[in-house]
Design a protein around this ligand. Structure first.
Ligand code: ZN
Length: 396
């Protein structure tokens, strides 16, 4: 445009230009505008981007020059000074209406409400989460939100959809769930290969995607929540129910055997949930709602942050980020707890990883109690969540 004189010849100097041009001169939204804007700002450049992406780009800096145009004509008018476009403003997406409160939930919808008891994203986390969403083209209307992500891919999801990949190395569900919750319903129905690919992000909090000539690494530190039926027909553990596919025990073993030991081993809390009956749906709500639980969670997280800061490890902010030797130090149980842990470790044949995971859960339960020391009661509860792992593993 500068070359044909539609805009002043020096108008574009010092600008980075981004967008998808339509044949009619319209400029359509593209993915990745936020990181591009941050990059341009770092180089001291301005940004020309699609109008639909302006609010997103505006997050990069309040000072940088941003021209967000809907069409080439708007862009030309802006630079000729006939109709100057206002600088776009950063937007926060309003939390959609009344979030369902924890106490209004019956049965399995609970997972989707997890973000209501988690603290909002910190500014640094918000930026990380938004950069990933931007690269994936998932920022609606350019507005960011400080709500923790909740992702629930269907069990037919491919491996690239889960961990990332494809033509443009798009971030997968594990990265879109960064700092939030990844919920996998009907866990054994996922492709075994796709489930296997979760092990790396679960262990190191990031995922590497190999391309033909380079590697892309995305952060992927998420809380994994999964649900499954006891067997494929769904009711093997119900009294009086006879599985269509043979003996109940065999039907359950076959189904649960689809999950690999190493994956099961990485899940800390295993809970058996009875099927929701009509009676459950008319029960009065439990006394504790999202607000009360969220306050307890916030207190426990504050305790954890203070603890690790006090021993000179401010980069560790939650128990989830504490590893082996550190866990042994901060979760050292009292005498009663230690005896219980020794017996259980033998009886359950806990691996070193399993042992540390029990310690981490017990420390967190103590924090939720506001307790300084990990007691026998906390260890007993942590071990009970682990006991079902062994059952499933034996089936595998
Ligand atoms: Zn069955």
């Amino acid at each position: 445009m500068a070359a044909i004189g539609a805009i002043p010849s020096d108008a574009l100097s010092g600008f980075m230009v981004l967008g998808e041009l339509g044949l009619d001169g319209s400029i359509a939204a593209v993915a990745g505008v936020l990181p591009a804007a941050i990059g341009a700002n770092g180089r001291g450049e301005g940004l020309i981007c699609p109008a639909a992406c302006g609010a997103e780009a505006a997050w990069a800096s309040p000072e940088m020059e941003i021209v967000a145009a809907a069409s080439l004509i708007q862009l030309a008018n802006h630079f000729r000074g006939t109709q100057v476009l206002a600088r776009p403003q950063p937007k926060i997406r309003e939390v959609d209406g009344a979030l369902v409160d924890l106490k209004d939930i019956k049965g399995q919808e609970s997972a989707a409400r997890l973000p209501t008891i988690l603290p909002p994203l910190t500014p640094a986390e918000l930026l990380e989460v938004s950069m990933i969403a931007s690269v994936a083209g998932e920022i609606e209307g350019g507005a960011l939100t400080n709500r923790r992500p909740f992702r629930a891919p269907h069990h037919s999801a491919s491996m690239p959809a889960l961990v990332g990949g494809g033509l443009r190395a798009r971030p997968g569900e594990v990265s879109l769930a960064h700092h939030g919750v990844l919920f996998l319903d009907e866990l054994p129905e996922f492709q075994p290969q796709a489930l296997d690919s979760l092990r790396q992000p679960l262990e190191i909090g990031e995922v590497a995607i190999a391309r033909a000539n380079h590697r892309v690494t995305y952060p992927a530190r998420f809380m994994l929540v999964a649900a499954m039926n006891p067997c494929r027909c769904g009711r093997a553990s119900e009294p009086g129910f006879a599985c269509k596919r043979g003996a109940n025990a065999r039907c359950a073993a076959e189904y649960q055997g689809r999950l690999s030991g190493p994956l099961i081993d990485r899940i800390d809390l295993h809970i058996e949930v009875p099927a929701v009956t009509a009676a459950d749906l008319i029960l009065p709500p439990p006394a504790e709602g999202s607000r009360e639980v969220a306050a307890r969670v916030a207190r426990a997280r504050a305790m954890q942050e203070e603890r690790y800061a006090a021993i000179g490890l401010p980069q560790v902010r939650t128990n989830a980020a504490a590893q082996g030797p550190l866990l042994e130090e901060v979760a050292r149980p009292d005498a009663g707890g230690l005896a219980l842990l020794r017996d259980a470790a033998d009886a359950m044949r806990l691996s070193a990883r399993g042992y540390h995971r029990v310690l981490r859960v017990a420390r967190t339960l103590a924090d939720l109690d506001g307790a300084e020391k990990v007691g026998r009661v906390h260890l007993a509860e942590a071990l009970s969540y682990r006991a079902l792992v062994d059952e499933v593993r034996r089936a595998a």
